[in-house]
Design a protein around this ligand. Structure first.
Ligand code: GRF
Length: 201
């Protein structure tokens, strides 16, 4: 079986990246994590990727401060040089320009910590608590020009429990993210379009 060649783009800890790498260790998983790219050379996820045996590249955005697209062209060139077929954004904290979105249209996923279309943007856990919601969760979606939007590949629902603060809720949502993202990456590369729905404890 030929497996889809995937790059994971990160900016931070890389816990979702780790979940994807670990899932891809199963030869039956339809995708292989070929490399990890961070715009922040100090991102802890880079060392984590290396420790898991995956090539880790830092492509710092700061030298490109005046030209966001040039930074993305450098990333795109690195991906193409490695024969990458799919891109998984996993805590990649840069807004994308139309260049990268169009270059990978239909082959780029993102994970967001809310049940989209509810709560796009930052600080989702606190906003969900402030609104008094009973449910929260996470979404894997195809990347389009609009931020935190695009066709939904899958969602996991997580209960909001009495006494939760944002940190406690974040831990519960992240555990769901780590289950959801590998399932969604597998579905996407296999061309399955029925959205995945998980309910987490
Ligand atoms: C995740 O919560 C994800 O939903 C959001 O950024 C966070 C990344 O965490 N887009 P990690 O780097 O995967 O640990």
């Amino acid at each position: 079986m030929s497996r889809a060649r995937v790059a994971v783009l990160i900016s931070g800890a890389g816990s979702n990246m780790k979940a994807l790498i670990e899932a891809s260790r199963d030869p039956a998983f339809p995708a292989e994590i070929v490399c990890v790219v961070s715009n922040r050379p100090e991102a802890a996820g880079l060392a984590l990727a290396e420790s898991l045996g995956v090539e880790a590249l830092a492509i710092d955005h700061r030298p490109f401060a005046r030209d966001r697209e040039a930074h993305e062209r450098a990333i795109d060139a690195a991906l193409r040089a490695r024969g990458i077929e799919w891109v998984a954004l996993a805590g990649y904290m840069r807004l994308l320009t139309p260049f990268l979105v169009e270059a990978w249209a239909g082959r780029m996923l993102n994970i967001h910590p809310s049940l989209l279309p509810e709560y796009p943007g930052l600080d989702t856990h606190q906003r969900v608590l402030d609104a008094g919601c009973d449910w929260h969760g996470c979404t894997v979606h195809q990347v389009i020009h609009e931020m935190d939007a695009g066709p939904i590949v899958g969602q996991a629902r997580v209960p909001v429990l009495a006494g939760d603060d944002a940190a406690a809720l974040a831990v519960r949502v992240q555990a769901a993210e780590h289950r959801l993202y590998p399932l969604c990456l597998a579905a996407a590369v296999e061309g399955r379009t029925e959205p995945i729905r998980l309910e987490a404890a």
